[in-house]
Design a protein around this ligand. Structure first.
Ligand SMILES: NC(=O)c1ccc[n+]([C@@H]2O[C@H](COP(=O)([O-])OP(=O)(O)OC[C@H]3O[C@@H](n4cnc5c(N)ncnc54)[C@H](O)[C@@H]3O)[C@@H](O)[C@H]2O)c1
Length: 445
């Protein structure tokens, strides 16, 4: 089957979800551009947006309309070329309206899974539960005579496991977008043992056309991104616990969050990142990964306790951060959840004492935002970390230990053949987590 033919009937499962909505947006724009090519003018392109939530689908359509207007506004010159034979489209807004109509026209929102029985490509982005994923994939495959190809957005389940449990005969590939898919450049691509090479090639072409960066990962639970993030998060939790012995849990969390954001020049602290992804999601990903790892226990009793206490983080559909380990006001952390008092304690109650214990930051410190997009990033980081290396404060020492653990995790991902190379590990953390530098670095000694 030709690639264009394969893209004529696509289904996205879990289309109303955080990841599914972004994947649907990117796929819709691809299909619209294909459908507007002169050689495809007699072909129909269908993109089924499938989800169990009716309300979610209706919110999705509103979200998409706004996004398509933005996308059309950004490429009016290109669209003029695409619509050059449409003399009636004169003003920019004529072109924008037509494009939005054409993209929306491709999308069929539905709660009926059966529409996927006609698809030639199925993109699965439903909840991270192996049993639910396998049941849905095998139901579609048993009823679909096209022998469709499947992409799965799973964050942690081995592709080989999904392939064999759903009996897909190698017609499945991990295509792991990062959150939010429309913004994040990285896509991890994971072949299972039996995955067909032509499916892999097809995916790489599509990812390139979406202007994303594909990084191959081996089929090991958690892959590269979560393989690093989950271990990095556990290290952060353990460091906070150590500090809590001398002070309190809230002070430990505040301190480690500050060191991981400021001292390590990251876009957000480790506890804010756990909240961003969601406390339950992190705990669940660890539980899926844990049976597949040797010599380590990817599990956190603190996360269990937070879940029992209903402290979950995650995001509202508007993208705003929900309260979790940290409490947020205007998007910024302002308090830490106290596990004993079962309430938030504001930073203002203990921040000055914690900062004093950490010691002074080097005078060459610049926040992540000022460093990451700076043309002199490498030189700035080198000077800053040189200064930090020369310090013996609590903050500098926690940062050094943290960096060396991150480094060790990165190298182990290569040694365990999860990543093909150290460069791939660094690319994943730079493009999927927006780190300013990769975990395998020479900065902190
Ligand atoms: N959130 C992240 O940061 C992130 C990043 C990368 C990958 N992922 C992976 O993407 C997948 C989706 O995660 P998410 O965060 O978007 O979850 P989500 O909860 O936001 O979305 C899941 C969607 O699937 C729908 N759904 C549930 N069961 C369904 C079924 N049987 N049929 C059809 N729709 C169903 C839900 O209604 C929901 O809209 C998971 O596998 C997750 O591991 C998540």
């Amino acid at each position: 089957m030709e690639n264009t033919e394969r893209l004529q009937n696509v289904s996205v499962l879990g289309a109303a979800g955080k990841m599914g909505s972004g994947i649907l947006l990117l796929t819709a724009l691809e299909l619209a551009d294909l459908s507007l090519k002169p050689e495809n003018k007699d072909k129909t392109f269908i993109l089924n947006a499938i989800d169990v939530s009716d309300a979610g689908l209706s919110g999705l359509m509103k979200y998409l309309q706004g996004q398509f207007i933005k996308a059309a506004e950004k490429k009016t010159v290109q669209l003029r070329g695409m619509y050059e034979n449409r003399d009636e489209l004169i003003e920019n807004y004529d072109i924008i309206n037509q494009y939005v109509f054409d993209v929306m026209n491709i999308i069929r929102p539905t709660t009926k899974m059966e529409v996927a029985y006609n698809s030639t490509l199925v993109f699965e982005a439903i909840i991270e539960n192996p049993d639910v994923k396998v049941k849905l994939l095998s139901q579609i495959d048993q009823n679909n005579h096209h022998k469709p190809w499947y992409f799965t957005n799973t964050s942690s389940i081995p592709i080989t496991q999904l392939d064999s449990a759903a009996n897909l005969g190698g017609r499945i590939l991990g295509v792991h977008f990062y959150n939010p898919p429309a913004v994040q450049k990285l896509v991890e691509v994971i072949k299972g043992k039996e995955t067909r090479e032509d499916l892999n090639e097809f995916a790489l072409g599509l990812i390139k056309s979406m202007r994303k960066k594909a990084v191959p990962s081996n089929d090991f639970a958690g892959f590269i991104g979560n393989g690093h993030f989950m271990r990095d998060a556990l290290h952060g939790i353990n460091e906070a616990k150590k500090l809590a012995k001398e002070s309190s849990w809230v002070e430990g969390v505040y301190t480690i969050n500050k060191v991981t954001q400021d001292y390590l020049v990251r876009p957000m602290g480790i506890f804010q990142l756990i909240d961003y992804v969601g406390v339950e999601v992190c705990s669940y990903i660890m539980s899926v990964m844990n049976p597949h790892v040797k010599d380590e226990d990817l599990h956190s009793d603190v996360l269990d306790q937070l879940i029992v206490q209903g402290v979950l983080g995650g995001q509202y559909s508007s993208g705003a951060q929900k309260d979790g380990i940290l409490k947020y006001e205007k998007g910024r952390p302002v308090a830490v959840w106290d596990l004993d008092r079962k309430d938030y304690i504001y930073f203002t109650d203990f921040q000055d004492a914690c900062d004093a214990k950490l010691g002074k930051m080097p005078s060459t410190f610049m926040p992540w935002k000022a460093v990451n997009f700076n043309r002199s990033k490498a030189a700035i980081l080198e000077t800053y970390f040189n200064d930090l290396n020369g310090m013996n404060s609590l903050g500098a020492n926690i940062a050094k230990t943290y960096n060396s653990r991150s480094n060790e995790i990165g190298k182990k991902l290569v040694a365990d053949s999860v990543a093909h190379s150290e460069a791939d590990v660094n690319t994943v953390m730079l493009t999927g987590f927006f780190h300013a530098y990769g975990p395998i670095n020479e900065y902190l000694k």
